[in-house]
Design a protein around this ligand. Structure first.
Ligand code: FES
Length: 190
């Protein structure tokens, strides 16, 4: 098994398996430069995760809790910790929709596109939110505050169409409500 020192050298090398030319992880999947502090942060997180197979998902979850997404340098550290290949870690992360491979805004706006919400006009709500914020789905606003994504049923069909902002549930939402929702969270700060 590679030592941590070798992993660090690999991460900071142009020949890193997760470098810009990698066909395993897209070049835009995360931060490009890795400093010792970031590596130590992830190492600290991983000390609480058991390195068996079941540890891969908790490891990904805990790193994402720290960064809001999965920076690509973390993949190699997780692979090292769990004794898995980089490709294994990446395929697990990309399989589950809960994991994000790119940075997210401070607030995640999720527009439910399940059947009840779709029928009740979720697409129009989503379009208005995107217009108001000037971003497409899964993009981060210029101020770093918001990301919009579509999700399946969030279990609040009686409120369709439903939008969640982090853990808050809003519904029923009209397209005209988009501006009010954005203002509410913009004023809160992070
Ligand atoms: S379909 Fe949107 S909450 Fe169920």
């Amino acid at each position: 098994m590679a030592t941590l020192e070798r992993v660090k050298q690999s991460l900071q090398s142009e020949e890193s398996e997760i470098g810009a030319d990698s066909d395993i992880i897209p070049a835009d999947a995360g931060v490009e430069d890795v400093c010792d502090e970031e590596i130590e942060t992830v190492e600290e997180i991983l000390t609480d995760v058991r390195p068996e197979k079941r540890g891969v998902i908790p490891a990904l979850q805990q790193v994402q809790d720290e960064y809001g997404y999965l920076p690509k340098f973390a993949f190699e550290l997780i692979a090292h910790h769990c004794e898995k290949s980089l490709a294994d870690i990446y395929s697990t992360a990309s399989f589950y929709s809960q994991f994000h491979l790119e940075p997210r805004g401070d607030y995640s706006i999720r527009v439910c596109t399940g059947t009840a919400c779709h029928v009740a006009g979720a697409d129009a709500v989503s379009d208005e939110l995107q217009d108001e914020l000037g971003v497409g789905l899964d993009e981060v606003t210029d101020d770093g505050k918001f990301t919009i994504e579509h999700v399946r049923c969030v279990g609040a069909c009686g409120l369709a169409p439903v939008v969640t902002v982090d853990d808050d549930v809003h519904g029923p939402i009209e397209p005209d409500d988009a501006e009010t929702i954005i203002e509410e969270y913009s004023e809160r700060g992070e």
